[in-house]
Design a protein around this ligand. Structure first.
Ligand code: TXA
Ligand code: MG
Length: 349
Protein backbone atom coordinates (compact mmCIF):
# COMPACT_ATOMS: atom_id res chain seq x y z
CA UNK A 1 0.00 0.00 0.00
CA UNK A 2 1.22 3.50 -0.72
CA UNK A 3 1.41 5.56 2.47
CA UNK A 4 0.87 9.32 2.24
CA UNK A 5 3.15 11.31 4.55
CA UNK A 6 1.72 14.68 5.53
CA UNK A 7 3.38 17.32 7.71
CA UNK A 8 0.93 19.35 9.76
CA UNK A 9 1.56 22.35 11.95
CA UNK A 10 0.63 21.45 15.52
CA UNK A 11 -1.16 24.68 16.39
CA UNK A 12 -2.50 25.59 12.99
CA UNK A 13 -2.92 22.41 10.95
CA UNK A 14 -4.02 22.57 7.31
CA UNK A 15 -7.78 21.96 7.55
CA UNK A 16 -8.10 20.49 4.06
CA UNK A 17 -5.46 17.87 4.83
CA UNK A 18 -7.20 17.03 8.10
CA UNK A 19 -10.47 16.60 6.25
CA UNK A 20 -8.82 14.20 3.82
CA UNK A 21 -7.42 12.18 6.70
CA UNK A 22 -10.88 12.14 8.32
CA UNK A 23 -12.38 10.99 5.03
CA UNK A 24 -9.94 8.05 4.96
CA UNK A 25 -11.01 7.10 8.49
CA UNK A 26 -14.65 7.18 7.45
CA UNK A 27 -13.80 4.95 4.48
CA UNK A 28 -12.43 2.33 6.89
CA UNK A 29 -8.72 3.10 6.36
CA UNK A 30 -5.97 3.42 8.98
CA UNK A 31 -4.38 6.84 9.64
CA UNK A 32 -1.46 7.49 12.03
CA UNK A 33 -1.76 10.75 13.96
CA UNK A 34 -0.03 12.64 16.78
CA UNK A 35 -1.35 12.83 20.32
CA UNK A 36 0.28 14.58 23.31
CA UNK A 37 1.58 11.21 24.59
CA UNK A 38 2.75 9.16 21.59
CA UNK A 39 1.56 8.75 17.99
CA UNK A 40 -1.55 6.63 17.49
CA UNK A 41 -2.71 4.31 14.69
CA UNK A 42 -6.34 5.27 14.17
CA UNK A 43 -9.39 3.59 12.64
CA UNK A 44 -13.15 4.03 12.91
CA UNK A 45 -13.93 2.48 16.31
CA UNK A 46 -17.47 1.54 15.31
CA UNK A 47 -16.42 -0.61 12.37
CA UNK A 48 -14.88 -3.97 13.24
CA UNK A 49 -13.38 -4.47 9.78
CA UNK A 50 -11.52 -1.13 10.01
CA UNK A 51 -10.26 -1.96 13.51
CA UNK A 52 -8.91 -5.30 12.26
CA UNK A 53 -6.59 -3.42 9.89
CA UNK A 54 -4.86 -1.82 12.89
CA UNK A 55 -3.97 -5.23 14.31
CA UNK A 56 -2.59 -6.32 10.93
CA UNK A 57 -0.49 -3.15 10.43
CA UNK A 58 1.04 -3.46 13.92
CA UNK A 59 1.33 -7.23 14.07
CA UNK A 60 -0.54 -6.94 17.36
CA UNK A 61 -1.99 -9.98 19.17
CA UNK A 62 -5.79 -9.82 18.88
CA UNK A 63 -6.28 -10.41 22.62
CA UNK A 64 -4.84 -6.98 23.45
CA UNK A 65 -7.68 -4.40 23.54
CA UNK A 66 -7.55 -0.88 22.08
CA UNK A 67 -8.27 2.59 23.46
CA UNK A 68 -11.17 4.51 21.89
CA UNK A 69 -10.40 8.22 21.37
CA UNK A 70 -13.09 10.90 21.46
CA UNK A 71 -12.98 14.66 20.94
CA UNK A 72 -16.05 15.73 22.88
CA UNK A 73 -17.99 14.55 25.93
CA UNK A 74 -21.14 14.03 23.83
CA UNK A 75 -19.45 11.04 22.24
CA UNK A 76 -19.07 9.19 25.55
CA UNK A 77 -22.59 8.08 26.63
CA UNK A 78 -23.33 5.86 23.59
CA UNK A 79 -20.04 3.98 24.12
CA UNK A 80 -20.53 3.01 27.77
CA UNK A 81 -23.14 1.36 29.98
CA UNK A 82 -22.67 3.83 32.79
CA UNK A 83 -20.41 6.65 33.91
CA UNK A 84 -19.22 5.87 37.45
CA UNK A 85 -19.22 8.83 39.85
CA UNK A 86 -15.44 8.75 40.24
CA UNK A 87 -15.09 9.25 36.50
CA UNK A 88 -16.86 12.60 36.46
CA UNK A 89 -14.33 14.48 38.59
CA UNK A 90 -11.46 12.91 36.66
CA UNK A 91 -12.93 13.79 33.27
CA UNK A 92 -13.50 17.34 34.40
CA UNK A 93 -9.94 17.72 35.63
CA UNK A 94 -7.87 15.68 33.17
CA UNK A 95 -9.79 15.53 29.88
CA UNK A 96 -8.61 16.37 27.36
CA UNK A 97 -5.28 14.85 28.44
CA UNK A 98 -3.15 11.75 28.99
CA UNK A 99 -5.66 9.78 31.09
CA UNK A 100 -7.48 6.68 29.79
CA UNK A 101 -10.51 5.48 31.76
CA UNK A 102 -11.97 1.96 31.74
CA UNK A 103 -15.80 1.88 31.54
CA UNK A 104 -18.37 -0.92 31.26
CA UNK A 105 -18.88 -1.09 27.50
CA UNK A 106 -22.09 -0.60 25.55
CA UNK A 107 -23.39 -2.83 22.77
CA UNK A 108 -22.11 -0.63 19.95
CA UNK A 109 -18.44 -1.35 20.71
CA UNK A 110 -17.30 -4.04 18.25
CA UNK A 111 -15.64 -7.10 19.80
CA UNK A 112 -12.39 -6.42 17.87
CA UNK A 113 -11.74 -3.44 20.16
CA UNK A 114 -12.18 -5.04 23.56
CA UNK A 115 -10.77 -8.50 22.87
CA UNK A 116 -13.79 -10.06 24.51
CA UNK A 117 -13.71 -7.94 27.70
CA UNK A 118 -16.90 -6.38 29.09
CA UNK A 119 -15.10 -3.05 29.48
CA UNK A 120 -13.81 -0.41 27.08
CA UNK A 121 -10.88 2.02 27.46
CA UNK A 122 -11.65 5.62 26.49
CA UNK A 123 -9.57 8.77 26.32
CA UNK A 124 -9.90 12.31 25.04
CA UNK A 125 -6.53 13.46 23.68
CA UNK A 126 -5.48 17.07 24.05
CA UNK A 127 -3.35 17.40 20.90
CA UNK A 128 -5.01 19.87 18.47
CA UNK A 129 -4.41 17.60 15.45
CA UNK A 130 -5.90 14.56 17.21
CA UNK A 131 -8.90 16.59 18.34
CA UNK A 132 -9.60 18.06 14.92
CA UNK A 133 -9.14 14.71 13.18
CA UNK A 134 -11.66 12.95 15.46
CA UNK A 135 -14.07 15.84 15.13
CA UNK A 136 -13.93 15.85 11.32
CA UNK A 137 -14.19 12.06 11.19
CA UNK A 138 -17.40 12.33 13.20
CA UNK A 139 -16.80 8.91 14.78
CA UNK A 140 -14.81 7.71 17.80
CA UNK A 141 -11.32 6.59 16.76
CA UNK A 142 -9.71 3.39 18.04
CA UNK A 143 -5.94 3.82 18.31
CA UNK A 144 -3.05 1.93 19.83
CA UNK A 145 0.44 3.41 19.77
CA UNK A 146 1.66 3.56 16.15
CA UNK A 147 4.69 1.26 16.53
CA UNK A 148 5.20 -2.28 15.31
CA UNK A 149 4.00 -4.45 18.18
CA UNK A 150 6.75 -4.84 20.79
CA UNK A 151 8.83 -1.84 19.65
CA UNK A 152 9.09 1.44 21.58
CA UNK A 153 6.09 3.73 21.02
CA UNK A 154 6.71 6.46 18.41
CA UNK A 155 7.22 10.00 19.68
CA UNK A 156 7.82 11.59 16.27
CA UNK A 157 6.38 11.30 12.76
CA UNK A 158 9.71 9.84 11.60
CA UNK A 159 9.41 7.00 14.13
CA UNK A 160 5.96 6.20 12.73
CA UNK A 161 7.30 6.29 9.18
CA UNK A 162 10.07 3.81 10.11
CA UNK A 163 7.48 1.33 11.40
CA UNK A 164 4.37 1.94 9.27
CA UNK A 165 5.56 2.91 5.79
CA UNK A 166 3.60 0.85 3.27
CA UNK A 167 1.23 -0.51 5.91
CA UNK A 168 -1.27 2.32 6.47
CA UNK A 169 -3.07 4.85 4.27
CA UNK A 170 -1.63 8.02 5.80
CA UNK A 171 0.82 9.32 8.41
CA UNK A 172 0.25 12.78 9.91
CA UNK A 173 3.47 14.27 11.28
CA UNK A 174 3.36 17.17 13.75
CA UNK A 175 6.84 16.77 15.19
CA UNK A 176 7.74 15.51 18.66
CA UNK A 177 5.07 14.58 21.17
CA UNK A 178 5.05 16.51 24.44
CA UNK A 179 4.68 13.78 27.10
CA UNK A 180 6.65 11.00 25.41
CA UNK A 181 5.15 8.04 27.32
CA UNK A 182 1.62 6.69 26.92
CA UNK A 183 -1.48 7.72 28.85
CA UNK A 184 -2.23 6.45 32.35
CA UNK A 185 -4.79 3.63 32.20
CA UNK A 186 -7.16 3.80 35.18
CA UNK A 187 -9.87 1.22 35.93
CA UNK A 188 -12.74 3.17 37.49
CA UNK A 189 -15.10 0.18 37.48
CA UNK A 190 -13.24 -0.94 40.65
CA UNK A 191 -13.41 0.56 44.10
CA UNK A 192 -10.98 2.05 44.81
CA UNK A 193 -9.97 2.75 41.21
CA UNK A 194 -6.81 1.00 40.05
CA UNK A 195 -3.95 2.18 37.85
CA UNK A 196 -3.35 -0.53 35.27
CA UNK A 197 -0.59 1.38 33.46
CA UNK A 198 1.31 4.37 34.91
CA UNK A 199 1.58 7.22 32.38
CA UNK A 200 1.11 10.90 31.67
CA UNK A 201 -1.12 11.59 34.70
CA UNK A 202 0.69 10.58 37.88
CA UNK A 203 -0.36 8.43 40.84
CA UNK A 204 0.05 11.50 43.03
CA UNK A 205 -2.33 13.52 40.79
CA UNK A 206 -4.97 10.79 40.88
CA UNK A 207 -4.68 10.32 44.61
CA UNK A 208 -5.30 14.01 45.09
CA UNK A 209 -8.53 13.87 43.06
CA UNK A 210 -9.82 10.47 44.19
CA UNK A 211 -8.55 10.22 47.76
CA UNK A 212 -7.76 6.55 47.27
CA UNK A 213 -6.24 4.83 44.27
CA UNK A 214 -4.44 1.52 43.90
CA UNK A 215 -1.54 0.59 41.69
CA UNK A 216 -1.73 -2.78 39.93
CA UNK A 217 1.28 -4.67 41.25
CA UNK A 218 1.80 -6.10 37.77
CA UNK A 219 2.83 -2.64 36.58
CA UNK A 220 6.01 -2.69 38.62
CA UNK A 221 7.07 -6.20 39.45
CA UNK A 222 5.86 -8.14 36.40
CA UNK A 223 3.31 -10.24 38.23
CA UNK A 224 0.15 -10.96 36.26
CA UNK A 225 -1.07 -7.59 35.05
CA UNK A 226 -4.76 -6.80 34.74
CA UNK A 227 -4.30 -4.68 31.66
CA UNK A 228 -3.93 -7.30 28.95
CA UNK A 229 -1.32 -5.29 27.05
CA UNK A 230 1.01 -5.12 30.02
CA UNK A 231 1.84 -8.82 29.84
CA UNK A 232 3.65 -8.50 26.52
CA UNK A 233 7.28 -7.57 26.17
CA UNK A 234 6.89 -3.97 25.28
CA UNK A 235 8.84 -0.93 24.34
CA UNK A 236 11.83 -3.09 23.45
CA UNK A 237 14.61 -1.77 21.32
CA UNK A 238 16.51 -4.34 19.24
CA UNK A 239 19.49 -3.96 21.60
CA UNK A 240 19.56 -5.80 24.93
CA UNK A 241 18.60 -3.36 27.70
CA UNK A 242 20.05 -3.45 31.23
CA UNK A 243 18.96 -1.09 34.03
CA UNK A 244 21.69 -0.17 36.51
CA UNK A 245 19.99 0.34 39.87
CA UNK A 246 21.06 2.79 42.53
CA UNK A 247 22.28 1.46 45.80
CA UNK A 248 24.52 2.41 48.66
CA UNK A 249 27.62 2.34 46.40
CA UNK A 250 28.83 5.40 44.50
CA UNK A 251 26.56 5.42 41.47
CA UNK A 252 28.89 6.58 38.71
CA UNK A 253 31.43 4.01 39.97
CA UNK A 254 28.86 1.24 39.74
CA UNK A 255 27.66 2.38 36.31
CA UNK A 256 31.24 2.55 34.98
CA UNK A 257 31.96 -0.93 36.28
CA UNK A 258 28.86 -2.33 34.56
CA UNK A 259 29.87 -0.53 31.37
CA UNK A 260 33.43 -1.91 31.46
CA UNK A 261 32.37 -5.47 32.02
CA UNK A 262 29.79 -5.40 29.18
CA UNK A 263 31.92 -3.51 26.66
CA UNK A 264 34.91 -5.71 27.57
CA UNK A 265 33.19 -8.57 25.76
CA UNK A 266 33.51 -6.62 22.52
CA UNK A 267 29.88 -5.42 22.56
CA UNK A 268 28.80 -2.04 21.29
CA UNK A 269 27.31 -0.43 24.38
CA UNK A 270 25.02 2.62 24.34
CA UNK A 271 24.55 4.48 27.62
CA UNK A 272 21.42 6.48 28.50
CA UNK A 273 22.09 8.57 31.57
CA UNK A 274 21.11 11.62 33.62
CA UNK A 275 22.85 14.96 33.32
CA UNK A 276 24.24 14.44 36.82
CA UNK A 277 25.78 11.07 35.98
CA UNK A 278 27.17 12.43 32.72
CA UNK A 279 28.89 15.23 34.64
CA UNK A 280 30.24 12.96 37.35
CA UNK A 281 31.64 10.42 34.87
CA UNK A 282 33.17 13.04 32.61
CA UNK A 283 35.10 11.26 29.87
CA UNK A 284 36.15 8.26 31.94
CA UNK A 285 34.14 6.01 29.60
CA UNK A 286 33.83 6.16 25.80
CA UNK A 287 30.64 4.35 24.86
CA UNK A 288 29.59 3.49 21.30
CA UNK A 289 26.66 5.89 21.78
CA UNK A 290 25.70 8.18 24.64
CA UNK A 291 22.51 10.12 25.27
CA UNK A 292 21.71 12.35 28.21
CA UNK A 293 18.02 11.99 29.11
CA UNK A 294 17.82 15.05 31.36
CA UNK A 295 18.29 15.92 35.00
CA UNK A 296 17.42 13.30 37.64
CA UNK A 297 15.10 15.96 39.03
CA UNK A 298 13.26 16.59 35.76
CA UNK A 299 11.44 13.33 35.17
CA UNK A 300 9.11 14.93 32.63
CA UNK A 301 12.08 15.63 30.41
CA UNK A 302 13.35 12.07 30.90
CA UNK A 303 9.89 10.68 29.95
CA UNK A 304 9.83 12.96 26.91
CA UNK A 305 13.14 11.56 25.61
CA UNK A 306 13.13 7.92 26.68
CA UNK A 307 11.55 6.21 23.65
CA UNK A 308 13.44 8.29 21.12
CA UNK A 309 16.69 7.51 22.97
CA UNK A 310 15.93 3.78 22.62
CA UNK A 311 15.36 4.22 18.91
CA UNK A 312 18.52 6.34 18.53
CA UNK A 313 20.63 3.67 20.24
CA UNK A 314 19.22 1.03 17.88
CA UNK A 315 19.88 3.29 14.93
CA UNK A 316 23.53 3.58 16.01
CA UNK A 317 23.82 -0.21 15.95
CA UNK A 318 24.22 -0.73 19.70
CA UNK A 319 24.21 -4.36 20.92
CA UNK A 320 23.49 -3.34 24.49
CA UNK A 321 21.79 -0.37 26.11
CA UNK A 322 22.87 0.45 29.64
CA UNK A 323 20.42 2.77 31.32
CA UNK A 324 20.40 4.49 34.66
CA UNK A 325 17.66 3.95 37.24
CA UNK A 326 15.55 7.02 38.00
CA UNK A 327 13.24 7.87 40.91
CA UNK A 328 9.71 6.43 40.78
CA UNK A 329 8.12 9.64 42.00
CA UNK A 330 5.66 11.49 39.77
CA UNK A 331 6.39 10.81 36.08
CA UNK A 332 9.21 8.56 37.27
CA UNK A 333 6.69 5.73 37.80
CA UNK A 334 5.91 5.66 34.08
CA UNK A 335 9.59 6.07 33.16
CA UNK A 336 10.69 3.15 35.35
CA UNK A 337 7.76 0.97 34.24
CA UNK A 338 8.76 1.38 30.57
CA UNK A 339 12.46 0.96 31.31
CA UNK A 340 12.02 -2.26 33.28
CA UNK A 341 9.76 -3.64 30.55
CA UNK A 342 12.26 -2.73 27.84
CA UNK A 343 14.90 -4.52 29.90
CA UNK A 344 12.69 -7.60 30.30
CA UNK A 345 13.52 -7.27 34.01
CA UNK A 346 17.32 -7.35 33.45
CA UNK A 347 18.62 -5.14 36.25
CA UNK A 348 22.17 -4.79 37.50
CA UNK A 349 22.05 -4.50 41.29
O1 TXA B 1 -1.23 7.39 25.18
C1 TXA B 1 -1.84 6.41 24.78
O2 TXA B 1 -2.62 5.77 25.51
C2 TXA B 1 -1.64 5.98 23.32
C3 TXA B 1 -2.19 7.09 22.43
C4 TXA B 1 -2.13 6.72 20.97
O3 TXA B 1 -3.49 7.42 22.83
N1 TXA B 1 -2.27 4.72 23.07
C5 TXA B 1 -1.79 3.56 23.55
O4 TXA B 1 -2.53 2.45 23.15
O5 TXA B 1 -0.82 3.47 24.28
P1 TXA B 1 -1.97 0.95 23.31
O6 TXA B 1 -2.93 0.11 22.57
O7 TXA B 1 -0.55 0.91 22.86
O8 TXA B 1 -2.11 0.65 24.84
C6 TXA B 1 -3.41 0.51 25.41
C7 TXA B 1 -3.30 -0.17 26.75
C8 TXA B 1 -2.89 -1.61 26.62
O9 TXA B 1 -2.02 -1.94 27.69
C9 TXA B 1 -4.23 -2.34 26.74
O10 TXA B 1 -4.10 -3.67 27.20
C10 TXA B 1 -4.97 -1.47 27.74
O11 TXA B 1 -4.61 -0.15 27.36
N2 TXA B 1 -6.43 -1.62 27.63
C11 TXA B 1 -7.22 -1.32 26.57
N3 TXA B 1 -8.50 -1.63 26.83
C12 TXA B 1 -8.54 -2.14 28.08
C13 TXA B 1 -9.57 -2.66 28.93
N4 TXA B 1 -10.84 -2.71 28.53
N5 TXA B 1 -9.21 -3.09 30.16
C14 TXA B 1 -7.93 -3.03 30.57
N6 TXA B 1 -6.91 -2.56 29.83
C15 TXA B 1 -7.21 -2.12 28.59
MG1 MG C 1 1.41 0.36 22.66
Amino acid sequence: METEYIKLDRQNPDRDMLKRAAQLLRQGEVVAFPTETVYGLGANALEGSAVKKIFIAKGRPSDNPLIVHISSLNQLPPLVKEIPQAARALMKKYWPGPLTLIFPKSEIIPPEITAGLETVAIRMPEHPVAQALIEYAGVPVAAPSANISGKPSPTSGQHVWQDMQGKVAMVLDSGETRVGVESTVLDITRKPPMILRPGGITYEDLQETLGQVELDQGTGKMKVPRSPGMKYTHYSPAADVFVVTRGPQSFPGKFEKAYRSLSGEGKKVAVLISEETAQQMGDRIHPHYREVLGSRHDLREVAHRLFSAFRNADHQGADIILIEEFSEEGMGAAVMNRMIKAAGNKVIN
